[in-house]
Design a protein around this ligand. Sequence first.
Ligand code: AMP
Length: 215
Amino acid sequence: MTNLILLGPPGVGKGTQAKLLIEKFGIPQISTGDILRAAVKEQTPMGVKAKGYMDAGALVPDAVVIGIVEERLAQADCQKGFILDGFPRTVAQADALGQVLSGLDRCVDHVISLAVDKAELLKRLTGRRACPKCGAVFHIDYAPPKVAGICDSCQTELFQREDDKEATILHRLAVYEEQTAPLIAYYESCGLLRSVNGLGTVDGVQTEILSAIQA
Ligand code: AMP
């Protein structure tokens, strides 16, 4: 069983690395950002409430995201393990996660802390483009689609996430520093933290993550 948390600022590559880890371990990725975006798209009551926070680059209230994760962790496909991507983002969320897991007689095995410098984060986020239909993610410089602006898989027109506009990104990074970065010390103090440099190729970073988990 592998219960993992991917910790790091927006744009560091948590989602990309999580998708590779799914293949490797056969365990699901739980991305609170993806779950919230799906709720916004479907205009569920939760989505309607979350949209304003997300577009502004602010955090959705703890109670909402904790509820999402609690419900998701109880599902059968999480029995063999899980990869949390974008959760926890506050100390209150980390405390709640610990309680939910101990109620299930489980615990976090590893917290992978990914880091890259701010200039690189900005470049990665402002260049990110996503497919509204199939969810594929591209980058205008690092992973361009074959035809500019069009999804390789389903030929749908790509879009830029509202919260990937530069002013909102700067706010998201400030929110990260203030509310999420303290989790590095939080998980370090319980011996779970594994630090990995997020610069380099996707495969190179994946190899480092795997050796950090196995060390
Ligand atoms: P992400 O795709 O992980 O960058 O998340 C996009 C947005 O969803 C964030 O900027 C927040 O508004 C919201 N969100 C995602 N995960 C959380 C979380 N754990 N706590 C609070 N808000 C979250």
